[in-house]
Write a protein that binds this ligand. Sequence first.
Ligand code: ATP
Ligand code: MG
Length: 399
Amino acid sequence: MRIVLFTGKGGVGKSTVAAGTAALAAARGRRTLVISTDAAHSLADAYGAAASGATHPGAEPTEVAPNLFLQQVDAQLRFEQSWADIQRYLLSVLDAAGMDPVAAEEMTVIPGAEEVLALLELRQHARSGRWDVVVVDCAPTAETLRLLALPEALGWYIERLLPIQRRLVKALRPVLNRAAGVPMPGDGVFDAITRLHAELDDVHELLSGPEASVRLVLTPEKVVLAEARRAFTSLCLFGYRVDGVIANRVFPTDDADPWRAAWVEAQRGVLAEVAQSFNGLPVHSSEYQPSEPVGVDALADLASTLYGDTDPLAVPEDEGPFRVTRSEDGGAVVHLALPFVSRSEVELARNGDELVMTVGSYRRLLTLPPGLARLRVAGARVDDGELRVRFAEPALEAR
Ligand SMILES: Nc1ncnc2c1ncn2[C@@H]1O[C@H](COP(=O)(O)OP(=O)(O)OP(=O)(O)O)[C@@H](O)[C@H]1O
Ligand SMILES: [Mg+2]
């Protein structure tokens, strides 16, 4: 089962390319689901009449063509309410328990119901065995990053929260009262948090696994490229695999009048930068069509020219942005692809069995793989777009 996510700056053609890729996969006989995490839900519009009625919340996926199904996620009221309870509870406990400063800062990323619901829905479909391909049409970059950072970040809260909570409940139950300042959770909240934790863990495993990848959609414009480059860095930071770049709305070069010729020239410059920026990643391009590509066939055509002879669903062969190598002296190196950053832009901190990595406004709390937690950080550098954090035996230091 293959999962492909599309993200990029607002309006660049994410939904169009996602819808097209899904239509192409379906036309080639793969059972395909296309799902949107964006509240704007333009997928149904892109598919046109075939998808009308595909928007009501909680509904089964709608078949828009043979093998092609569409699901738009709507945050149901019920979920929104129970999420609001969980959210309030998480905040109050963390506050009452006097969490450490890192935690307090991270609190601000507790996400909204819609994002959580989209992830849970994605997981349910991915695990259902019903699909060969799940295509995800994401919201614009910043929201997508928030969404993709969520499973790990939330898992992190919950892992810290549950023990605190157990202790508190145990200690305080005899003298239980609200004056203690720590609200006692109802059983429902407790169960909901535990279940959510397990499910989000699973989402993270799915999305950072070998069969999932993200594609960056851009139009050949300077500001758009700048955002795509930042997104590339952040996606790597969170451990997601980017397996392609889509340059959409490229002006045709032939018979251009002076106005278009100027655009062609400007785009040529940016496209050259694109080719250099994402060194190694395939760049697929799609022309600016004379009209909006709407309808299953038009979208499949667009995707077919976009990918040409390459397989749009090929499983990426590289090992992804994150790996650990062990050295003979008992040490290890954590490698994380971090394109476009220099060492001074990466902040590193050690927090028990975690490595806290901050790049720009994004922070990841990486739980160290087994065996590394007892080692000390011996150094870190950024080389060729890769962060390398060296771990060594604590004993070496003493010698
Ligand atoms: N290659 C193309 N040629 C012509 N029009 C295009 C092309 N790609 C996309 N469009 C049109 O551009 C508009 C925006 O595309 P789309 O909705 O796919 O962007 P998006 O990135 O999903 O936007 P949003 O950020 O709002 O979700 C749509 O009207 C779409 O039909
Ligand atoms: Mg869209």
